[in-house]
Design a protein around this ligand. Structure first.
Ligand code: AMP
Ligand code: MN
Ligand code: MN
Length: 353
């Protein structure tokens, strides 16, 4: 069964966003915020749009994200980094707040108060689970990345793509499409990539920097974490679950920062025998950032939302509490519930060819 057609931003919403930006006073203060633990789409969409606003003449401009003000090593050369300020230095009451790739207020951490204090708030996002917080919603669940929405808004604002903006949006698009491998890699996505590449950016060099470079300590860390991966073929209604976990001690032993663990889910989800894959990344004693992926049959967004998180059908996450075993127990239980509701139990599987 195909999902119901997702709701696109309306013309009124586009117009409201354009007007909120173009009607800013000359000294109007704008605060850009992306989600905690920013990924390529969050950072690239935010900084690419920031560079666009700068081209429009916006001078009082800050970009930020909640939590530790640490940019992951792979993004240390992304254009627009000079816009970035630590959350503690973010404007307490800007005229306009713009959020990027943020599905729910919880992903804004301590910066959530800016939504109430700002004169206006625009939300650019592509999560089906978006809770529609903030005032002006540019949320397109059919968009492959938030940067797709960003490019559309830049067009409406009359801002041309330059190399800096294009590199940011390319990093965002390549990140969320798995380097143009996932199903949402539509003709429109390739057309957008073509527009970005036409500015002269270097995809080989960008991809090497963002996806294909990591310290030797990370390679050894991956060995440890992948070495303890568990396969449970009977979980998820017989579709199979594969999971592993990484502790703070693992990171310390190999001298690595938490963001080093982000690509690990891509190695785990390769497992042919499981539809659902999970990586539990310890953030503190009894607290885990959980990444979940599905190959198709399982809606991991439903599981993540049920456990307090969010995301997309095939890629979602949540914060888990307790021991790693307890978090996996909770996932297993939700997967059983989901399989029962969709009639996707082992008996149904036996009926298939
Ligand atoms: P990740 O596994 O961190 O790459 O995240 C996959 C997807 O799940 C992304 O679209 C995230 O926005 C979403 N996601 C991850 N963690 C959370 C969370 N704690 N709350 C809400 N959404 C999340
Ligand atoms: Mn993201
Ligand atoms: Mn995204």
């Amino acid at each position: 069964m195909s999902p119901p057609a997702a709701e696109q931003p309306t013309e009124a919403e586009w117009a409201a966003a354009v007007s909120a930006i173009t009607r800013l006073p000359a000294d109007g203060r704008v605060l850009l915020i992306c989600h905690v633990n920013p990924d390529g789409d969050a950072l690239g969409s935010m900084l690419g749009f920031g560079l666009g606003l700068r081209r429009l003449g916006v001078r009082q401009l800050q970009a930020t994200f909640p939590g530790r003000p640490e940019v992951p090593e792979p993004f240390r050369d992304i254009p627009g980094l000079d816009l970035l300020v630590p959350a503690t230095e973010a404007d307490p009451d800007p005229d306009l707040v713009i959020c990027f790739d943020v599905a729910a207020v919880s992903r804004l951490g301590d910066l959530a108060d800016r939504l109430d204090r700002a004169g206006a708030a625009i939300v650019l996002d592509h999560h089906a689970s978006n809770t529609r917080f903030g005032g002006i919603h540019l949320v397109d669940p059919d968009a492959a990345a938030t940067s797709v929405v960003v490019e559309k808004l830049l067009v409406r604002l009359g801002v041309p793509l330059d190399r800096g903006i294009a590199e940011c949006l390319y990093i965002a698009l390549a990140t969320d499409t798995g380097s143009f491998r996932f199903d949402m890699t539509t003709p429109a996505v390739h057309e957008m990539a073509a527009r970005l590449l036409a500015t002269g950016i270097r995809p080989g060099e960008i991809s090497r920097r963002i996806f294909d470079t990591r310290p030797f300590g990370a390679v050894r860390l991956y060995g440890d974490v992948l070495g303890r991966t568990q396969l449970e073929p009977l979980a998820a209604g017989g579709l199979g679950l594969v999971w592993t976990y990484a502790t703070l001690d693992d990171l310390a032993r190999h001298g690595q920062r938490p963001y080093t663990l982000e690509p690990l889910i891509d190695s785990v989800r390769c497992t042919a025998e499981a539809d659902v894959s999970c990586v539990l990344k310890q953030v503190a004693e009894g607290e885990w950032a959980v990444s979940m992926r599905s190959k198709g049959p399982t809606d991991v967004s439903r599981v993540a939302v049920a456990l307090g998180g969010g995301g997309h059908r095939l890629a979602a996450g949540f914060t888990g509490y307790g021991t790693a075993a307890e978090v996996v127990d909770a996932i297993r239980a939700e997967l059983v519930r989901g399989a029962a509701e969709s009639g996707n139990g082992p008996a149904d599987l036996q009926d298939q060819d």
